[in-house]
Design a protein around this ligand. Sequence first.
Ligand SMILES: *Cc1c(COP(=O)(O)O)cnc(C)c1O
Length: 230
Amino acid sequence: MIRENVTALLKELEGGNCYHEKVTLVAATKTRTPAEINEAIAAGITDIGENKVQEFTAKFDEVNGARRHFIGHLQLNKVKYLIGRTDLIESVDRNELATELAKRSVRAGIVTDILLEVNIGCEESKSGYPLEEAFSAYERLSRTEGLRVKGFMAMLPLAGDEGYLGGLVDKMRALYDRAKAHDTNIEHLSMGMSGDWRLCLAHGSNMIRLGTAIFGSRTSPVGQHLPVRQ
Ligand SMILES: *Cc1c(COP(=O)(O)O)cnc(C)c1O
């Protein structure tokens, strides 16, 4: 089933987004086992994303051949477990986190690739920079030693009609284009989950994070199958 899903998705993504840009498909792996993740990679998945630091470290040691994204809310005291182990941290949602990532990256002698997360729907339940603050945060962080800003990430609200939601993606695309105009590091606009990815691609996203569309519905609570470890 995983293989069939990945094959069909990659086929549909061949044409790219509405600008014919290449689309990166990230498999969102929360609650999935290393065996399931490896099956997705064998089927052609090149990028995987995990939400929780504990799952990231426990599972991603057992999977091979994919770029590793961190896509969840990141606590400051967990940053140290991720330094040097990620290909892209998509969820840099506040200045304190960026500062901590920069400090530890410099100390480790590396540059950490990040996306800035924007709370595009202004939702209390979600984190991220307000849209009005995102460009100035980008300008500052793109000059911060230890960090390389590669673009932006956002999650659409669950509710809302297509016109409203498409308009939110348009706003994110405008932010992305403004940054990209003078910065060759800017490559990714990460928007789109299983329920809304076609809409996001139609409005200029070029990276999507899919869980259920690849692996099927999540039946177990997050992390249930993993041994508890600190
Ligand atoms: C779980 C998750 C996804 C994927 O969600 P699906 O609806 O299963 O596709 C994408 N992005 C983030 C940040 C997630 O936590």
